[in-house]
Structure formats: C-alpha cells, structure tokens
Design a protein around this ligand. Structure first.
Ligand code: ACO
Length: 432
C-alpha cells in the first residue's frame, strides 16, 4: 500500500505522508501542509480530523467494536469492577493485586472533601443544576490541592488521579443532597467504590443505605461502559484545555461542562423525559417517531444515532442486557423499559433510521437502569461524568506526556468583512 498521498493544487503537487494505526486505520498527515502550500483543511465538527495519536481506546464504528487498551468492553460484563478498569485506562494494563490494593486504599483514604469545601455547597441555590455544581467543585479542588498543580512523576499523578476519582463521588452526592435539602453523609471507609457512593447518596443519619449485589454490579458496569470513548466532545475538551498546561482538575472541570450538553452526556436526561412523556400519555411511541422524522419539528429520537457508530453501539447492547437482568429480578416492572423497547422496534424497522444508520446509543438504556437504582433524573449526567473521569484523566496524561503535544489551536477560514474604515455611528453620544 502507498505511504504517501499526493495533493495537486494549481498544478503544484504536494506529497503528504500516510500514517497507519495498529488496527490498520489510515490518515493523511497534514502537519506540514500549510508550511508547504499555504493551505489549511476545513472540517467543521471534526468528522474527518484526527486530533492525536492515542493508545487508550479503540472504536470501530462500522463493526460496533469498543476496546479499552485492547480489551473488548463486553468482557467486563461479568463481575464488573470500575476501579480495576479505571486503572487499566490510566496506566495501560490491568492492575495486579498489590497495585489494586494500593489504589483502592488511596481511594478510601481520600474520599472526604475539605470541610471548608463542604460549605461551598451552601452558596449554591437549592435549584442549582448538579452538573454546574460538579464542574465548579472539581475546579475548586485546584484551590485545595496546590501540590497537584504539576504532575511530573508517576506517584504524584497517581495521587492526583485517586483524589479526583474518589472525591468526585463525594461532590456528586453532596450536590444531590444540597438540592434535596438533606444532611451530608461522610464516606464510609468500610465500603467499596460504588456502595460508598450510594451510601453518601441515600443513607440518612438515622438509617444506613444497604446496597444489594445486583445494584452494585449494575452501577459498576454502567460506569465502566462510560469510562472512555476516545476523542468525543468532552474528552477533546479535556485535552484542549490540558494542552495549555492547565492542571488536571481545571481540565476535567471543563470536560464536565462539555458533557452537560443534550447532544452529548445530557442525552440520557432527554431520553428519560421522552420515555416519560410517552408514558404519561402525551404521545404514543408511533407519534414520537413520526415527530422525530419531521425536520421542521427539531425533535430527535433521543438516545438514537452516533457520530462514530454506524451499525450498533456495543455499549447499548450490554446495557439493554443489564436493564433486562436488573428489572427481571424485581416485582415492579418498569413500564419505561417496555416503551424503550417499542421505540427501538419502530425505529429499527423504519427506513428513515435504517438509511441514516441511526441505532440506540449508550444513553438509550442507561436512564432505565439509573431509575431502577433510584438515581433521580437530574443526576443522570453526573453519573456519566463519574464514569468518564478515568478516561479524561488517562487522555490528559497521555497528552501531557506526548513529545508531539502542542497547544491546541485550530485555524479558520475567515468569511467576514474585508478591511473597512472606522466611521462612528454614535453621533453626539459621549465617548465611553
Ligand atoms: N433522531 C432523528 N434524526 C436524527 C437523529 C435522531 N436521534 N440523529 C441523527 N438524525 C438525522 C439528522 O437529522 C440527519 O438527517 P439528514 O441527513 O436528513 O439531515 C442525519 O440523521 C445525520 O445526523 P447528524 O446530526 O448529521 O449526525 P451527527 O453525527 O452530527 O450527530 C448525534 C450525532 C449528535 C449523536 C445525533 O445522532 C443526535 O442528535 N442524536 C440524539 C442525541 C443523542 O442521543 N446524543 C447522545 C450521543 S452518545 C453520547 O454522546 C454519549
């Protein structure tokens, strides 16, 4: 196969190297293009632009493949352990028993947040969106941990990563309790990662929440399935902010903001609102699908479609199995699961969705699972952020250590006025 591409512009030929990844995907390396030709490339939405080389996560959107450090995500389905996967993403291989114990102990020891940080929550109105609090408080961690401004060695990096992964649970739970006017519950050192989070969410000073194994496994798996997804919107944001050498906390706080949007992590909230609207009789599944196909309505079938997956989203397949498993063990069957199944059935036999390769994505079933666990809708995207954190940290580290890393600074094609003179239109108004 050829290892250069030739671009011809105005009769002049430019030779551009082709580079190939370990799974055979190929890219035209345009790093020298502008210097050689004066040309840039234009790709709004970056659908054809590789922003980096990365060894963390592999996606084949055509075949519905997602692997973390080479391991297919389906292999985490039995005995899911989020902390183990977090380590895998950040450090490149599965932890051995000693590494796992050390990291778990670090997570336990650092779960609490500074008492004065706790008071910050009181400054937010009760109606504050939890994602706004999450982002603000992750950023505030920079103020409380000046020792982690520079992460020059592995031990310091591990310390910062552990604090972030551990404290994000505490911050998330406190944000929830702030909006519901409940007292903050301290982390319990006897509990593992997921049960400890649910304890901080749902225990009362007079009654301990007890996490059953099915719920523990479901949430572990859900967090794992959200843990990384290569250069998506929020991860690219973390990398972009980190490229200016902003610290890890500031970069991940920016990632939370990017995740918040309804076309990204916020879609899980929209999915549940959609299912609920159908359930409460506002619309039938058929009417909703019809509306989603009507371009003038601006309505989309939430939880459907993906920029990269064009056959199926493997995370949605695992989550559908998980939703069935979790709910089949309960007496109170969730009608929203039946509505989700019906919507999927209608859409997958409709040429509008089939022709555009629109399939359920990770958000389609995650809301049903979170609802079964008792997580309120306004916390759904927060849970996504807790899951995505190890991925953001791993990607931040990879970039920080890359010899090729430069500050991210895209260019543009300017379409505004050509040079024009200054002619004030203020008339007799005073100067400002
Ligand atoms: N419902 C109806 N039509 C859709 C949907 C949908 N959910 N998704 C895409 N389309 C249509 C578009 O209208 C467009 O149609 P056209 O070619 O006739 O103009 C075509 O499919 C392609 O859509 P784009 O918006 O160009 O696809 P893009 O790759 O830019 O967007 C996205 C992907 C944002 C995920 C989109 O499919 C969408 O909005 N889905 C619903 C929101 C959602 O579920 N987001 C979560 C994504 S997963 C994640 O972030 C974790």
């Amino acid at each position: 196969m050829t290892d250069t591409a030739t671009l011809t512009v105005d009769g002049q030929e430019y030779s551009l190297p082709i580079i190939e990844g370990t799974e055979g995907e190929r890219a035209v390396d345009i790093r020298a293009l502008r210097a050689q030709s004066g040309l840039i490339t234009l790709d709004p939405g970056y659908g054809n632009t590789g922003s980096c080389e990365s060894a963390i996560t592999y996606i084949d959107g055509e075949r519905g493949i997602l692997r973390y450090r080479g391991i297919p995500i389906e292999q985490f389905e039995n005995q899911p352990n989020f902390v183990e996967v977090a380590w895998l993403l950040m450090f490149g291989s599965l932890p051995d028993a000693a590494e796992y114990d050390r990291f778990s102990t670090l997570l336990t020891d650092t779960a609490n947040i500074d008492e004065s940080m706790k008071h910050h929550f009181q400054g937010f109105p009760r109606t504050a969106p939890p994602m706004a609090m999450l982002s603000a408080m992750i950023n505030a961690l920079s103020c409380f941990h000046p020792e982690f401004q520079e992460l020059d060695d592995l031990k310091t990096f591990e310390g910062a990563a552990a604090r972030l992964i551990s404290k994000v649970r505490t911050i998330a739970a406190y944000a929830y309790r702030r909006t519901h006017g409940m007292p903050y519950i301290y982390p319990d050192p006897e509990l593992r990662y997921v049960p400890n989070f649910l304890h901080m969410m749902f225990s009362q000073p007079y009654r301990q929440y007890v996490c059953d194994d099915a719920v523990r496994d479901a949430l572990n798996l859900l967090l794992i399935l959200h843990a990384d997804h290569e250069q998506n919107c929020s991860t690219s944001t973390v990398r972009m902010v980190g490229s200016s050498r902003a610290n890890l906390f500031a970069s991940c706080a920016a990632g939370v903001c990017a995740l918040w949007g309804p076309l990204h992590g916020g879609a899980n909230v929209k999915v549940l609102q959609m299912l609920d609207a159908i359930h409460t009789g506002k619309m039938t599944p058929e009417e909703y699908v019809k509306l989603a196909k009507d371009k003038s309505s601006k309505v989309r079938l939430m939880g459907f479609g993906h920029r990269v997956y064009k056959s199926f989203d493997p995370r949605a397949v695992v989550l559908q199995r998980m939703a069935e498993r979790l709910l089949s063990g309960r007496n109170d069957r969730d009608p929203l699961l039946d509505i989700a199944r019906r919507l999927e059935e209608i859409a997958l036999s409709d040429s509008y969705f089939v022709d555009r390769n629109l399939y359920p994505n990770v958000d389609f079933y995650s809301g049903v699972i979170l609802r079964a666990i008792g997580i309120p809708v306004d916390m759904f995207t927060v849970i996504f952020a807790i899951g995505r954190l190890p991925g953001w940290i791993a990607q931040w580290r990879e970039q920080n250590e890359s010899p090729d890393a430069r500050i991210s600074r895209p260019r543009q094609i300017y379409t505004g006025n050509r040079e024009t003179g200054y002619r004030s239109r203020l008339g007799s108004a005073k100067a400002g």
